[in-house]
Ligand binder design. Structure first.
Ligand code: 5AD
Ligand code: SF4
Length: 317
């Protein structure tokens, strides 16, 4: 697919025959199984000031937390007992001690025998190498937008070029690498979104996470318009066709905009992964990247998957 065709699809929607092709591609490349990543948001401390995100350093209204080693292990065990097939450790940027995180990765890998995915932002290559050696298999680092100008505006003091270099570092170290972007950022055009999708293909990503922009009240973009659900679903279908083998999550942001059907709609549009949070209740309310963030409970995740006739390994312990 070329840029022009993608742009047209974003403007007019995915025609029925193409939607059928998306389903066919999904089933051939990934099968009917929906994989479940157990997300543990282990710290909401962040040194960056992304204009859209409630965890930005300048937001002083937020109670900051970092889970202890024991809390993380307990949360990971909880995720494993519900049938999660991977543990994702996510946090803001610049708060983690690299050695401590390496130990955490090794312990989870050895005790629970589950692959660990990290999502802790931009770091020097030596940290990525340390975590890889400790056993981390995958890394998620969204590029957020492929427009260098918009990237600079939304991420004061940072450049898209550096972000992409970190992604190359991760790939060259042998990580299964995930990235992705936000849909409906203020100042983002459809042409820019079409480029976002194409860059995912060029990067040859193993995972692509996309979600609609949702305003957060303690950010400079508090009054900006919410991103479109429809556009996000169209992009998921386009990504499935561009990258048949990629793991595409139906993200929590979809469930936030449409609590009843968001995740099912994501799965129908081409997604094959859910990422329910296992962050302990006491802290998950402080992981406010955006407002009214949905908590995807396991029975709901099971319903979403079964509603579209797909299989999973989730269970209620
Ligand atoms: N709306 C939607 N997505 C957001 N993220 C951060 N803030 C928002 C927001 N307001 C996304 C970013 C980040 C991921 C963890 O959450 O893409 O990479
Ligand atoms: Fe920090 Fe990530 Fe939020 Fe940016 S999007 S402020 S890096 S947590």
């Amino acid at each position: 697919m070329k840029h022009k065709e993608i742009l047209h699809l974003l403007e007019t929607g995915i025609p029925e025959n193409m939607a059928k092709n998306v389903q066919k591609t999904l089933l051939t490349a990934k099968g009917r199984h929906v994989f479940t990543r157990g997300l543990i948001e282990f710290s909401n401390i962040c040194k960056r000031n992304c204009l859209y995100c409630g965890l930005r350093a300048q937001n002083t209204s937020l109670a900051r937390y970092t889970l202890t080693h024991e809390d993380i292990l307990a949360a990971a065990k909880n995720a494993a007992s519900h049938g999660a097939d991977t543990i994702v450790l996510q946090a803001g940027e610049g708060c983690v001690n690299a050695g401590w995180l390496a130990e955490m990765v090794t312990e989870i890998t050895e005790i629970l025998k589950l692959p660990v995915t990290l999502s802790v932002g931009e770091h020097p290559r030596k940290n990525y190498a340390l975590w890889k050696k400790a056993g981390a298999k995958r890394y998620l680092l969204r590029f957020e937008t492929s427009s260098p100008e918009l990237y600079k505006k939304l991420h004061p003091g940072y450049a898209l070029k550096d972000r992409l270099e970190r992604l190359f570092d991760l790939q060259s170290l042998g990580y299964e690498t995930g990235s992705g972007f936000i849909v409906g950022l203020p100042g983002q055009s459809l042409a820019s979104l079409a480029r976002d999708a194409l860059i995912c293909k060029t990067l040859g990503l193993d995972m692509v996470g996309i979600g609609p922009f949702i305003p957060q009240k303690a950010t400079p973009l508090a009054r900006a318009e919410t991103g479109s659900m429809e556009l996000t679903l169209r992009l998921l279908s386009i990504l499935r066709l561009l990258l048949p083998e990629a793991n595409l999550p139906a993200t929590t942001a979809l469930a936030t905009l449409d609590p009843a059907d968001g995740q099912t709609r994501g799965l129908m549009a081409g997604a094959n992964v859910l990422m329910p949070s296992f962050t302990p209740e006491a802290h998950s309310k402080d992981y406010t990247i955006y407002d009214a963030k949905a908590k995807v409970a396991i029975p709901c995740a099971i319903r979403s998957i079964e509603a579209c006739g797909r299989t999973h390994s989730l269970r209620l312990p």
